[in-house]
Design a protein. Structure first.
Length: 160
C-alpha cells in the first residue's frame, strides 16, 4: 500500500468518524448544551473534505503550487481554530462538571484562565524566530495547541 493511499484512506475514515460523532451529537440535542463542542465538530466535518480534496488533487486550483499553498494556509487555519475551540470545549466540560457548585466553578474558571495564560506565555516564549517569514505559522500553531494540551491535562488532574 502506498503512503498516499494510506493517507487518503485514514483521512476518509477520520472524516466518517467525525461525521458520525457530529450526527450523534445533534441527534441527542447536545449542541444546545455544548455550543463550543458543536462548533468544533462543524469545523472538523467541514474542513476534512476540503483538506482531503487539496491533498489528493494537486492541480485543483490550476497549478500544483497554488493548491499546495492553499492547503498550507487552510490546514494551519483549521489547526489554530481547533486549538481555540478546544480551549472553549475544556471550559464547557469544566463548567458542566461543576454546575452544582457555583462558587467552585467560578474559582476554577479563574484558575483555568490563569493556567492557560501561564502555559501560553511559557509556550510562546520558546518560539524560535529563525523563520521570520510565513513558516513561523506552524510554530505558533504548535505552541497554541501545546498550551491547550496543558489545560486539558490540568482539567484531567482537577477532575481526578
Amino acid at each position: 500500500m502506498s503512503s498516499q493511499l494510506a493517507m487518503s484512506l485514514m483521512s476518509t475514515v477520520e472524516f466518517l468518524l467525525w461525521a458520525v460523532l457530529g450526527l450523534l451529537f445533534w441527534n441527542k440535542k447536545l449542541h444546545r448544551r455544548f455550543p463550543a463542542m458543536a462548533a468544533y465538530l462543524v469545523l472538523r466535518v467541514a474542513s476534512a473534505p476540503l483538506l482531503l480534496a487539496f491533498l489528493l488533487n494537486g492541480g485543483l486550483l490550476g497549478s500544483k503550487r497554488t493548491s499546495i499553498a492553499v492547503y498550507f494556509f487552510l490546514y494551519w487555519t483549521v489547526y489554530i481554530a481547533s486549538a481555540v475551540l478546544l480551549y472553549f470545549v475544556c471550559m464547557e466540560v469544566f463548567r458542566s462538571a461543576l454546575s452544582a457548585l457555583p462558587g467552585l466553578m467560578r474559582l476554577g474558571t479563574i484558575v483555568f484562565r490563569w493556567v492557560f495564560l501561564a502555559s501560553a506565555i511559557a509556550s510562546f516564549s520558546t518560539i524560535s524566530f529563525s523563520h521570520p517569514n510565513i513558516l513561523i505559522i506552524p510554530d505558533v500553531a504548535y505552541r497554541l495547541m501545546h498550551s491547550v494540551s496543558i489545560l486539558e491535562l490540568c482539567l484531567l488532574a482537577f477532575s481526578a
